[in-house]
Unconditional design. Structure first.
Length: 600
């Protein structure tokens, strides 16, 4: 595959402003009509103007460009809308490193989270749009006044006028720090270069069958890799139109997403699996909107969390009368460390779904099943996209495995990033495996390959993924340590458990013997309520279940590390003594807490 690294994404967008000035580039529409809209000529002019304002404040990297050094870090705290895309491109245009931030939690906790993040990532400045400045401007300005991080407001930059000449941006120059989790106290920032962006956007264009008329509608947050590199930068790379709506608008009114696809005749749109489920649930409860036409939707990508075959079936059946073609579904797989997508089903093909024996999968073999209790339906995510390489390997030895053997997914190609910023140990662990062709990325995900492509089975890592967003189990466990007074002790395991098609986020927590004696149902529910409230406030994560177990019951390694996956398996198999359980799983367990197998 030919990849042109002579131009950056900034160069490409500015060129579109000359070659197709009147074509709509960015539209922000929350379902009630466009609230803002920019042609390519207008977007290019705004990017130049904003870049000039940043350079006037000493935030351009002209002196560093020739030396290959990273430019200033600019943290971007923006609401959904067109301004974020302009700020991002302006930051890149001056040779800066853009850092999209995810504001989380309610207002008090959110401000402290932002300050914690700034302390971890050490940006040179933080740039806020009007909405974020209205919420946090005064407090952030005061908090940053005595420190090295400068505070800037987008509105002030947009009101200035400065001449600007774009920099030459080398492919290996750092462009974006994409954080894998916005919830941890020590988040890992993936170092994405200008070359990584061009490589993956080129790969996506070919794999998804895109051209300049492939217009997009997107609701996934812009600080998520799917929202940024898929829904925003892919259409700008193509010279097509990007219609943005806010995640909140979609969550509150899921059908607004489909109505935007219908209204704007979008060619491509998608998101994590849960988004399709929300639409079906909403339509089932409230009925189908009038005049919904999904016949023009050619690519409905599904990624960022496990693709569930039942969801594909429900959605295709529910919206068939609106013109949705099941062949539009495009299951895919990727992660921030590969910029965005690396494995994808060919466009306009029926999704391939097969049933496998879950017990054989657990033993490392992919065996198709004709039925029975231990059946897991899996959707194929397709082959590695042209320009990249994927293989299944033994996670212990690194040796390639044959088709049908379950192992870790390793990736290689020009879209694979350089590692984690300021974290050489983590970079070496994930990016340091070499063979004769160069380094591979260890994804930490388990899967297997067939003649059809790759199937994703589970995660080798402990990360919890809910609605396409990564959460570190240690964050939930830290909340428990504060609630229980066990700070500094490994006394809990946060795990993700699936029962049928339902995802449960479970905290398995140890209790001291004297506390266990006084554990009443009322006290248990009170503890669970406080845990859920804090997890939602700090992490925007819904804890579904709390399982109380005796002290020292959670399995640990010889060095004392909690074995989360083992703890989850033991809970479900009845190998843990459950002192009390709060949440939906309590109904599935027998009265004596004997595990799911006993309750069936």
């Amino acid at each position: 595959m030919q990849m042109d690294f002579s131009r950056s994404i900034v160069d490409i967008v500015l060129d579109h402003g000359n070659s197709d000035p009147d074509r709509p580039a960015l539209i922000f529409d929350q379902g009630d009509g466009p609230q803002s809209s920019l042609t390519y000529a207008e977007a290019a002019a705004r990017v130049r103007q904003l870049a000039g304002a940043l350079e006037a404040r000493g935030l351009a990297a002209r002196g560093l460009a020739a030396e290959g050094q990273a430019g200033p870090r600019v943290a971007l705290l923006f609401s959904a809308g067109t301004d974020f895309a302009l700020a991002l491109l302006a930051c890149l245009a001056v040779g800066g490193v853009a850092i999209p931030l995810a504001p989380v939690g309610r207002r008090k906790a959110r401000l402290q989270n932002i300050l914690n993040m700034l302390g971890d990532i050490r940006p040179d400045c933080i740039l806020l749009d009007d909405g974020m400045a209205g919420l946090f401007g005064q407090e952030l300005s005061a908090a940053l006044s005595a420190g090295p991080v400068r505070y800037l407001e987008f509105a002030a930059l947009a009101a200035e006028s400065h001449a600007f000449s774009p920099l030459a941006l080398a492919p290996d120059r750092l462009a974006v720090l994409q954080f894998t989790s916005g919830t941890t106290s020590n988040p890992k920032g993936v170092m994405i270069s200008h070359g990584n962006i061009i490589a993956n956007e080129t790969m996506i264009r070919a794999a998804f069958g895109h051209d300049r008329d492939s217009h997009f509608v997107g609701w996934v947050p812009h600080y998520h890799d799917q929202g940024l590199f898929g829904n925003i930068l892919q259409p700008l790379f193509l010279g097509s139109t990007c219609v943005i709506t806010s995640p909140a608008a979609f969550i509150n009114r899921p059908m607004s997403w489909l109505q935007l696809i219908s209204r704007h005749r979008a060619h491509t749109s998608g998101g994590p699996n849960f988004g399709y489920d929300l639409c079906v649930d909403y339509a089932t409860r409230r009925g189908m909107p009038d005049e919904l036409d999904l016949s023009g939707w050619r690519v409905a990508f599904n990624g960022a969390e496990r693709v569930r075959p039942a969801t594909l079936d429900r959605f295709a059946e529910c919206f068939a009368d609106a013109g949705f073609d099941r062949r539009a579904f495009l299951p895919c797989y990727g992660l921030a460390e590969s910029t965005l997508v690396t494995i994808a089903v060919p466009p306009r093909s029926d999704p391939i779904v097969k049933s496998y024996d879950s017990r054989a999968l657990a033993a490392g073999r992919a065996e198709e099943s004709a039925g029975g209790d231990a059946v897991l339906d899996l959707a194929c995510c397709g082959p590695a996209m042209a320009g990249g390489e994927a293989r299944i390997v033994d996670p212990e030895t690194g040796d390639p495995l044959p088709d049908g053997a379950v192992g870790e997914i390793w990736l290689r190609g020009p879209h694979i990033t350089a590692g984690y910023v300021d974290n050489p140990a983590a970079t070496q662990a994930s990016f340091g495996r070499l063979d004769e062709g160069g380094p591979f990325l260890r994804t930490g995900d388990l899967g297997f390959s067939t003649a059809d492509g790759f199937y994703i089975v589970s995660r080798l890592k402990d990360v919890i993924i809910v609605r396409g967003r990564n959460h570190a189990p240690s964050d939930v466990e830290q909340i428990w340590s504060e609630l229980s007074g066990t700070v500094g002790q490994a006394s809990a395991a946060a795990v993700e458990i699936e029962v049928g098609d339902t995802q449960h986020i479970v905290l398995i927590a140890e209790m001291k013997r004297d506390e266990a004696r006084s554990l009443s149902e009322e006290k248990l529910q009170d503890i669970a309520a406080r845990l859920r409230a804090l997890a939602m406030e700090r992490l925007e994560l819904a804890i579904t279940d709390l399982a109380m177990v005796p002290a020292s019951a959670i399995p640990r390694t010889t060095s004392g590390k909690v074995q989360r996956k083992q703890a989850g398996r033991m809970l479900m198999d009845g190998e843990l003594t459950v002192l009390g359980m709060a949440g939906p799983l309590a109904q599935a367990f027998g009265p004596s807490g004997q595990g799911m197998s006993a309750a069936r």
